[in-house]
Design a protein. Sequence first.
Length: 610
Amino acid sequence: MRRLKKRGNMNDRIDVVLRKFRSRMTSYPPGMCPLALYRSLLQISMNQSCGKCIPCRDGLHEVDYLLKTVLNGDATMETLDLMEKKCRMIAETADCAVGVVGANLILDSLSQFADEYESHIKYRRCAENENQTIPCVTLCPAHVDVPGYIALIKEGRYDDAVKVIRRRNPFPTACAMVCEHPCERKCRRALVDAPLNIRGLKKYAVDQAAADTVDTPEKNVKTEKKVSIVGGGPSGLTAAYYLALMGHEVEVYEEREKLGGMLRYGIPEYRLPKEKLDQDIAAILRAGDIKVHYGKKIGRDITFSEIREKSDAVYISIGAQLGNRMPIENADAKNVVPAADFLQEVADGRARDLTGKKVALIGGGNVAMDAARTAVRLNAESIHVFTRKQDDYTALEDEIRDAMQEGVRFRTLLNFLNIEVDGDTNEVCAVWLQPEILAEYDENGLLTTEHSSEYPYRFKCDLLILGVGQRSDVAQLEEEGVPVERGRVIADETCMVSGLDGVFSGGDCVTGPSTAINAIAAGQVAAFNIDEYLGYHHKVGDDTKIPPAYPNPCVATGRAEIMEKDPFERRTNFEGTELSMTYEEAMREAGRCLRCDHYGCGVMEGGRGE
């Protein structure tokens, strides 16, 4: 009698292995050879082959051998032609997706990384000659010394941890609360258990040592050079901080009554209490010779030409604070408001009373989530967020989760059609949405949609919030000769504005709406390049010593998360929602750091203290 064997136990064990393997995939370090990455992915396809069809079974092995010769520097340009022919043959003749996907993977690499193939063949090295770098430092736009300040937290030296953060980022408190923490994305701790909670540890540090109580570095001697900064948001204030430490005289022209830009007027109080933001700003303003002109708008109170005439250099950092409206009929109707404008109304003390109101919101970004959660706190009866597809939810997963917990409702596969208004009051009364179905992926790997056969969907609402992006107020700058394209100032990667000597620009007004840490990084780059333009080569740092690194036993340990207040409590007020880590949590989390600045990676970008 034939005996059937139960295979469940084997499959369960394989699933455990695959879960561990997925963590390795997400932890590929920055700076690794892209061709080595493609070869490892090709070998996965080879191992998945059932062996029934020759193109997949033998062809992928032959392509792997050719790719190996490229990596070893033993190939010629003819090798690439042979690889392409073999891959096209496999993609066209393989019986199943294993061979097709594996072959198409290498075909993609031949087009996406043609320069890498050529460099390996001609020079036997990667095109950029990169080394594996420290993931958290590399992926932080400001390149903060993450392992360094975590080691200081572990030793209880919280003031010094804040000082090390400030070497690259003068907003330790704001970023501890609202940063999207890209530094965690490829944390090598994921090889063991889960990425380090870097933002949580930063928050613990500033909770123990308020930013305005920690001394800033001693400023350099005066240079007698004056730099003017247009816009007092995170990018402008970052540039002001470093330029002042270098010894330059800085004048900031801010349109509003207070500094902070979108950190103050775009991020709700419950995420970033303004008293905490003021701690960062107070420390920045005492760093050196910084003078702030409040209520000064270009074109209304002062011209850009006047600022240039009295300055040795100018930095434009006006951000992107104007909310976009859709180019459709009734977009200017009453109770139709861009998300950015809605948030600024609340920040200015002009919050609407939404008691009993039904709110519809179009968009899935972080600003949209902020607007939705703010509407909850203004007592809206209901808030529905509509997006066309799942890819449109670009907000952080934590933000979407928190919005759901607070009662925000989400609807996907509904394409926005038009706005219906009341003929007597010209107020929005409904939005029309077209049901969609999922279609193919586009060239960027994003899903596309098609109209469903279902009829359009009418949704009644009393307020429509448009979370469809922001733009910069560049009209007056353009009139005065600042080069602008599609609503953005034209500047290169050094932040220098083309065609205008001594004029620099960075942040959202150059890149379009982005994150606070990206704006801070732009301000840092601009400050050092302005310093070079003025004829100097200053370095900004301090003498804080980083503790020595000790080997980590790599014992799998749970990640400490930042705890939050109960959702039913959160939704009733604008008080901060996050709680502090306990001492025990912070010490255990800091102890999980693998100190990649000493073990397992290449050199730190820029070096410590520069």
